[in-house]
Write a protein that binds this ligand. Structure first.
Ligand code: SF4
Length: 279
């Protein structure tokens, strides 16, 4: 039954967001009895809260960060420093095929190219994570994310706090948190915020460009010129290779109606894009 998908609507009857988050997590652990519990720590404010919350569980096994090879290095440094300061074990995964290799082969992705990029950059890392931690056929690995309903429900449809997908169990303990709840938690626990988020309004740990906003690369260039220079250099190489060669600009032939991702590791980019489309 590894490929079975099921959903547990387990929102507990409480209005304390922190208690509720802890209960969602504890409920998922109790129900699925995972072999491991990992927090997916991108470096954004949401994932900082969900990671800190997960670290309060006696079942917490550490953090997972996927280094897609294209992103703001200062965020990666923030993730490493934060994990070290809290004593959280950190596992970093890199995809077997680099972002550069993908771009030079297929061009820069737009929304229609996102599933290819997601599959190559993130899905393969998740598969590796599960492979390394699962020995029995029924073993489950619990993945804690920082997804919040306030954004995702309005723009992208309903999301459940606990979703089992084969060997993976996705848990969203902050699902009902507001923006204010998030900042109250960061303040209450004196958690330093990632300065990249303060500047760019996103963690920037991953910059595939599939859901880039208008002018996003210029903003990145203003604050983090090395990251932007790397993308510009890759644009030049992509042009030489004869593939779609502008970051954040889908080729004319691409369908712009590709669905934005709602769960998993790209939900925040989906929200960003949906917000721009809302206008
Ligand atoms: S959509 Fe966002 S999170 Fe997903 S691969 Fe692209 S940049 Fe990374």
């Amino acid at each position: 039954m590894d490929e079975e998908r099921d959903t547990a609507a387990a929102t507990p009857p409480t209005t304390d967001p922190v208690r509720e988050g802890l209960d969602i997590l504890a409920g998922a652990v109790e129900r699925y009895r995972p072999v491991k519990v990992f927090a997916l720590f991108s470096g954004g404010h949401d994932s900082l809260c969900s990671t800190h919350l997960a670290s309060r569980s006696p079942r917490f096994d550490g953090c997972v960060h996927i280094d897609t090879g294209i992103g703001i290095e200062q965020t990666r440094a923030f993730v490493r420093d934060t994990c070290e300061r809290h004593g959280w074990p950190l596992r970093e995964y890199r995809p077997p095929m680099s972002y550069e290799e993908i771009v030079l082969r297929w061009g820069f992705p737009g929304p229609a190219g996102h599933s290819l990029v997601y599959g190559r950059l993130k899905e393969r890392c998740l598969r590796q994570l599960v492979r390394e931690n699962k020995s029995g056929r029924r073993d489950r690995v619990l993945l804690v994310s920082g997804i919040r309903r306030q954004e995702s429900r309005r723009r992208m449809g309903y999301v459940e706090p606990v979703q089992a997908d084969g060997a993976r169990v996705w848990v969203a303990p902050l699902l009902n948190w507001s923006h204010e709840d998030k900042h109250a938690y960061l303040d209450a626990h004196r958690l330093p915020r990632n300065p990249v988020v303060e500047k760019l309004c996103m963690s920037g740990e991953c910059l595939c460009g599939a859901f880039a906003r208008k002018g996003e690369l210029d903003e990145i260039a203003f604050w983090y010129p090395e990251a932007a220079a790397r993308i510009r250099a890759l644009e030049a190489r992509a042009a030489e290779a004869g593939v779609p060669c502008r970051w954040g600009q889908p080729p004319d032939t691409a369908k712009r109606t590709a669905p934005a991702p709602t769960v998993g590791l790209c939900w925040s980019c989906g929200i960003k894009k949906a917000g721009e489309d809302d206008g």
